[in-house]
Design a protein around this ligand. Structure first.
Ligand SMILES: C[S@@+](CC[C@H](N)C(=O)[O-])C[C@H]1O[C@@H](n2cnc3c(N)ncnc32)[C@H](O)[C@@H]1O
Length: 232
């Protein structure tokens, strides 16, 4: 039985260049995760070719440049990326191919909520949701990825002390994400001064959407939250 989760946004864009189409045929089957069936559990650590010290998750990785750069910078970590937009998946595959990350990156080319619902409690050490779709119209606000339902999902799968990194250049979405995440009892905002949310941390590679925002004269904001200890 397929779970009823409505995905907003597109799955396909412009026709892919030949090399990227070939990667979808040849490399994707090596790194792809099947959409987990409702009610099943998917333990993340055994998904990788070799043991990993932790598993980090990127939701809506776009072209995959951030995920790939994090994987290169953190060779002991296993990465899972979720992205339903197939052109973005092809972009990540090209980074995986170029950087030799086949053993350490897994891809769900689908809605991240299927994965979140299958992950065991406290199984993810860090999660990135960067420049998510802002859905500016009021009647679409409930489509925003960071919101009451998905914060419950994230709070469940994140380990105690895990970081949740959010970014946006959309003032409405920034306020919305801050309000919801701050209000959620599982999350603590780590900013101590304005510099902490104005400046992208050094270990946070730039994404394509951040570049687009800067070129368009918009100001990105970087929000780091910690998943509080369950025992506290
Ligand atoms: C505005 S783009 C940002 C891409 C990238 N993070 C960046 O900063 O360049 C948002 C991405 O989130 C993806 N997305 C939207 N809903 C999603 C969901 N439920 N699960 C996973 N990805 C999702 C979209 O397909 C899109 O590629």
């Amino acid at each position: 039985m397929t779970q009823r989760l409505q995905l907003y946004g597109r799955r396909h864009g412009r026709p892919l260049r030949r090399h990227r189409s070939e990667l979808l045929e040849s490399l994707l089957p090596q790194v792809a995760l099947e959409r987990p069936e409702p009610g099943t559990s998917l333990s993340p650590a055994p998904l990788f070719d070799a043991p990993v010290s932790d598993v980090w998750l990127e939701i809506g990785f776009g072209g995959g440049e951030h995920l790939a750069a994090q994987a290169v910078a953190n060779p002991e970590i296993g990465f899972i990326g979720c992205e339903p937009f197939i052109n973005g998946v092809a972009g990540l595959l090209s980074h995986i191919d170029h950087e030799g990350l086949t053993g350490r990156v897994r891809v769900l080319a689908d809605d991240a909520r299927f994965l979140l619902d299958a992950l065991p409690d406290a199984s993810i050490g860090r999660c990135f949701v960067l420049f998510a779709d802002p859905w500016p119209k009021r009647r679409h606000w409930e489509r925003r990825f960071i919101g009451p339902e998905n914060l419950v999902r994230l709070a469940r799968v994140l380990k105690d002390g895990a970081e949740l990194r959010l970014a946006s250049d959309d003032p409405g979405l920034i306020t919305w994400m801050l309000e919801h995440t701050w209000r959620h009892p599982a999350f603590e905002w780590l900013a101590r001064s304005a510099e902490d949310w104005r400046a992208r941390p050094a270990d946070w590679p730039q994404t394509r959407y951040e570049q687009k925002a800067l070129i368009a004269g918009r100001t990105p904001v970087f929000l780091c939250f910690k998943r509080r200890d369950r025992s506290a």
